[in-house]
Each structure stands twice: as structure tokens, then as C-alpha cells.
Design a protein around this ligand. Structure first.
Ligand code: 13P
Ligand code: SF4
Length: 354
């Protein structure tokens, strides 16, 4: 992915080749300087840059050594011996890298790159649920912070969530914090989801739990502020206008939206689907930069631009900040050792399951 060029001019020409369909020329000219300098400094420092599939096209196609979804980037972060690891993604992803590879310095280019799902739940919320449902295993989506992962039996990502739930071999599983992912996993694994009230008083706890917890997921009402915006009406309207459109939805969309779509999967699985199928036109119900990244790589395909929903947190990561991260060694991600060790167990279990 990363552009290797001897000069800024050569960098610019390589960027034009890859990106002229999706990025205006003036922007490519300006960004070529930054890209050249980032790649030069990366080599000089022995760094690795990991980039999530939601990075904007002029960054995604030029500076990361590895791009991918949360699972792929976690695997790469665990294996690399390069230092520092610059994580072009959001904070929970950079924390995951630190948990898995604590001897490396992990840098997040923007201090405020959060996530509405990660912000929806605290470690105390998880402890309360464990008190309410003693002995029930806890799965958390990786989109949560280290102290929440530390309370967890096993983590999952959008590409292995159903597999992880089934691998536990338990009729009842606490599945946090994404309400919609829980609904989608419940459907895939033949379960029902229940949502206990937030922070119930201990005396109410048993009353809140149904008598028969067979084949249940116990969920939480966290939502991705991007994917919750897509509706079935959006799909119906686009299908009416373009009857041959193939609709792809990320599993953080509601169960109704996923069911009205033709395919659902992690960001990388969506990218692979577009590459492999012969359909000429796609509607991607996910963060809009990924649509641009796909168009840049698949000039023969067309994506229907339903709307421009950018994740404000992913959007925080810019080429300017990535350069500043390498220059000034910022922002360093640290996880207290006691939390890291427990969170690591939950991530290792996930990576073992695959
Ligand atoms: P993926 O693991 O599918 O890349 O999803 C991460 C994410 O934050 C999607 O909103
Ligand atoms: Fe979080 Fe949604 Fe942004 Fe992904 S797209 S980082 S889930 S807010």
C-alpha cells in the first residue's frame, strides 16, 4: 500500500495513478509533500504504519504498510517487530495494538479519535452485568476500551463475532456493547437478545433476568453513530432507482437493514466482495471513505453515493497528524499493566478462535 518513491514529484505521479478518480489534483499536489516526508521518516525511524479501511483515500493508499479491518490489524500489531507502531485508526484500536505488543511504542496520530460504541460502556457496567448474571460468559466487541476488555472472557470483531459466541458452547452469553451487532449475531446463532436496564439496583437484578436464559444474548444499548443512520427506506429508494444494485451492509447496521441487504460483513469482507463479484453497481452502508477507497482500486465498478456519512473519529486522523506523530513521537498509548494482562487474555482467546 505504502508509496515508495525517491522524490516528491515521483510520489505525486504515483498518487495521481492511484487516486485521480477520487481526489482532486490540487489536493494530490499538496498531499504529495506530506506523503513523501511521512514515508521517509517512517523508514528512518524503523516504524510501521497500520491503517484502518476507513482512512481517507489520500492517506489509505499512500502511507500504511498494512491496511485492514480490526481483526487483521490486531493480528499484524501482535506480530510486528517494528517500532514505533503508528496506528491510523481510532483509540480502541491503538490500545489493542499496545495490549498485544507491549514492548513497542504505539502512537495514535490524533489524541481525540474516539468511538461512540467504546464510549457507551464502562468497566463498572460490565461488572454490574456479571453480578446480575453470574457465571454467564462475557464477549465484548473490540470497539471498547482496555478496562472493559479486561472484564471480558473473550473479545470479538465484526468478522468473527458469531464464531466466537458459538465457540463458547454456552446457551447464554453476555454480548457487549453494540445493540445492533448483538441482534445480527443473535439471528445468525439462533438466539434472542434481551437488554437489561442500565445499572439496575442489585435488588432488582434477579427480577430483571428472565427465568429461562436458554439461547439468549444479553446485550447493551451501544450504537455506532455512523451505521445507526442507515434505514430500510434508504435501501428501498436506491433499489427502485437502480434495480441491479447490490447492497452491502456492515453488521453494526440494524438487523432490519442487514436483512434487507444482499451481503453483510466486516469492512475487509465488504472490500473483497466488491472485488470478486461481477455486479457493476454497489451500495455500501458503511463509512463513506471506504467507498472512495474501493472506487480507487476498482475503476470498472460504480458505487451509489447514498449519503456522505463520515465517522468523525476516523476523520480525526490526517496526513498532517501522522507526520507530526512520527516527528514528535505522539500521542503515546499506554495501558496500565494490571489491565493490559487481563485484556490480553480476552484478545488472545479471540485470536485463537480466529
Ligand atoms: P471492522 O472490524 O469491520 O473494520 O469494523 C471496525 C469499525 O469500527 C466499523 O465501524
Ligand atoms: Fe466507532 Fe462507528 Fe466510528 Fe467505527 S464507524 S469507529 S464503530 S463510531
Amino acid at each position: 500500500m505504502s508509496i515508495r518513491a525517491a522524490t516528491v514529484e515521483e510520489t505525486y505521479h504515483l498518487m495521481v495513478e492511484k487516486l485521480s478518480r477520487v481526489v482532486p489534483d490540487a489536493e494530490l499536489r499538496y498531499k504529495a509533500d506530506l506523503v513523501f516526508e511521512i514515508n521517509r521518516l517512517k523508514e528512518e525511524r524503523g516504524a510501521i504504519i497500520l491503517g484502518h479501511n476507513y482512512m481517507e483515500p489520500a492517506l489509505y493508499h499512500t502511507v500504511p504498510d498494512v491496511v485492514g479491518d480490526s481483526l487483521e490489524l490486531s493480528r499484524k500489531a501482535a506480530q510486528t517487530d517494528r517500532d514505533p507502531i503508528v496506528f491510523c485508526g481510532v483509540r480502541f484500536m491503538a490500545e489493542t495494538a499496545k495490549i498485544l505488543n507491549p514492548r513497542r511504542t504505539v502512537l495514535l496520530p490524533a489524541a481525540r479519535a474516539g468511538c461512540s460504541l467504546a464510549a457507551s460502556i464502562t468497566a463498572e457496567d460490565v461488572r454490574e452485568l456479571k453480578r446480575q448474571y453470574p457465571g454467564v460468559p462475557v464477549v465484548t466487541y473490540v470497539n471498547c476500551y482496555a478496562d472493559v476488555k479486561a472484564e471480558t472472557d473473550v473479545c470479538c470483531t465484526s468478522s468473527n463475532a458469531a464464531r466466537v459466541v458459538e465457540a463458547l458452547g454456552s446457551d447464554c452469553v453476555i454480548f457487549l456493547p453494540d445493540e445492533y451487532l448483538a441482534q445480527n449475531v443473535a439471528r445468525e446463532t439462533g438466539r434472542q437478545v434481551i437488554f437489561p436496564s442500565k445499572q439496575p439496583k442489585s435488588s432488582d437484578a434477579r427480577a430483571a433476568a428472565p427465568a429461562n436464559l436458554h439461547y439468549h444474548l444479553i446485550g447493551w444499548r451501544g450504537r455506532c453513530e455512523v451505521h445507526e443512520k442507515f434505514t430500510v427506506d434508504d435501501i428501498v429508494a436506491v433499489r427502485k432507482q437502480f434495480p441491479d444494485v447490490v447492497v452491502l451492509a456492515h453488521p453494526e447496521c440494524s438487523a432490519e437493514v442487514v436483512q434487507a441487504s444482499d451481503f453483510s460483513g466486516s469492512t475487509t469482507r465488504m472490500i473483497e466482495f466488491v472485488k470478486k463479484t461481477k455486479a457493476p453497481r454497489f451500495l455500501l452502508l458503511t463509512e463513506c471513505s471506504m467507498g472512495d477507497n474501493i472506487i480507487a482500486e476498482n475503476p470498472d465498478k460504480e458505487t451509489v453515493r447514498l449519503c456522505s456519512i463520515r465517522c468523525p473519529h476516523m476523520n480525526e486522523i490526517t496526513l498532517e497528524d501522522t507526520l507530526a506523530a512520527l516527528k514528535h513521537n505522539r500521542y503515546v498509548i499506554d495501558v496500565p499493566e494490571e489491565i493490559r494482562v487481563r485484556a490480553r487474555r480476552a484478545l488472545d482467546r479471540m485470536l485463537e478462535i480466529g
